[in-house]
Design a protein around this ligand. Sequence first.
Ligand code: FPP
Length: 237
Amino acid sequence: MNVPKHIAIIMDGNGRWAKKRFLPRIAGHIKGAEVLRKTVRFSGELGLEYLTLYAFSEDNWKRPEEEVQGLITILRNFLAENTKEMVQNNVRVNIFGHIEDWPKDIQEALRKICDMSRSNTGIVLNVALNYGGRTEIVDAVKKIAGQVKDGLISVEDINERIVSDAMYTAGIPDPDLLIRTSGEMRISDFLLWQISYTEIFVTKTFWPDFSKKDMLEAIEDYNKRERRFGGILSSGK
Ligand code: FPP
């Protein structure tokens, strides 16, 4: 089996998973955080090089205060309980998104996990937290405009590579496969620039039920695809 280099996942369905069990929505997020931890572990074991997870979109602040506070608590506990283990397991962590909107202690914990894992050589785990795909593009445009203003580059120099280097994902290959759980056929403002040729796999499984089996199913499906990047295959197809 050919394991792609980079898989991105939209982790969806925590609320519906909980509702089906007559549990509060937050119970789905708690189970979801546990599944996130397991997914990082088996992804590393499978030999995946990059795993990018959509954990909190900038639009998620619109959820009821109680749910937002619950997610903040889950994130705080997750970092307290998993930072050491992830660093020891050679996981390298990056955060994509505006971390300045999180409470101070969480900002510090996020900086800590990134700094402590900086020289790790195993799987690269990118966690999108307070992330927006359009915001990322706006940030990149500002960065490039600043470079032009400072005379570092000219407008004519701007090309795809310069834009890619201005994204949060600078230096990281684009995802080969995007998985979305719980059946919705939406991109939800995730990695808009990076997924232009990414294969998409949607599973009906709710995120809290996501397992290695679902991941293998997605990879097997991916293996059957012919990636043509807009061209044709050498066989002429
Ligand atoms: C989508 O389910 C999930 C989220 C908005 C958050 C994802 C969170 C986790 C996996 C837990 C770890 C989180 C953090 C912040 C560390 P949903 O609530 O949209 O589900 P629904 O569509 O069924 O309502």
